[in-house]
Design a protein around this ligand. Structure first.
Ligand code: DQA
Length: 146
């Protein structure tokens, strides 16, 4: 089965974007980590990034049709997007929200997640490891077998 790993705006710039906050790894590095961990856990990882809110909404709907679960780093749209909240509620597959940084230890405007009430759970603050933890959470939620 397939897990979608979805990434929101500005995450294409990881590696050069505020490395003190987000780490030195590029999104391609994180994609490779996720694909390797997916192999160990027994699922294929379909890893995507968009800077466009509506594209992320479309991918959530697509995940509802063909994925076993979704790990999503909504980036800044997590703080603003009712459309993503609604899209998550519209699909039956489990969704785990993740962030590289600890959003609660940062500016006030990052403390609130608009999608958090719609997801199974939230992982934040562990850098690239947040993605791996989200995949493990999905493994438990989906009971996928090889
Ligand atoms: C982020 C945290 C968000 O507040 C920010 O807008 C991002 C990245 C993270 O992974 O830590 O773009 O989602």
């Amino acid at each position: 089965s397939t897990i979608f790993v979805l990434n929101g705006p500005n995450l294409n710039a990881l590696g050069k974007r505020e490395p003190g906050i987000y780490g030195g790894q590029t999104l391609a590095d994180i994609e490779a980590m996720c694909i390797a961990e997916g192999k160990l856990l027994g699922f294929d990882v379909d890893f995507r990034q968009s800077n466009i809110e509506g594209v992320l909404v479309d991918w959530l709907h697509e995940a509802g049709e063909k994925a076993a679960g979704v790990a999503i780093n909504p980036a800044a749209y997590g703080h603003t997007s009712i459309a993503m909240h609604d899209a998550i509620r519209a699909i039956a597959v489990p969704v785990v929200e993740l962030h590289l940084s600890n959003i609660h230890a940062r500016e006030e405007f990052r403390h609130k997640s608009m999608i958090a009430p719609a997801v199974k759970g939230v992982i934040c603050g562990f850098g690239a490891q947040s993605y791996i933890l989200a995949l493990h959470a999905l493994k438990n939620l989906t009971n996928t077998s090889k």
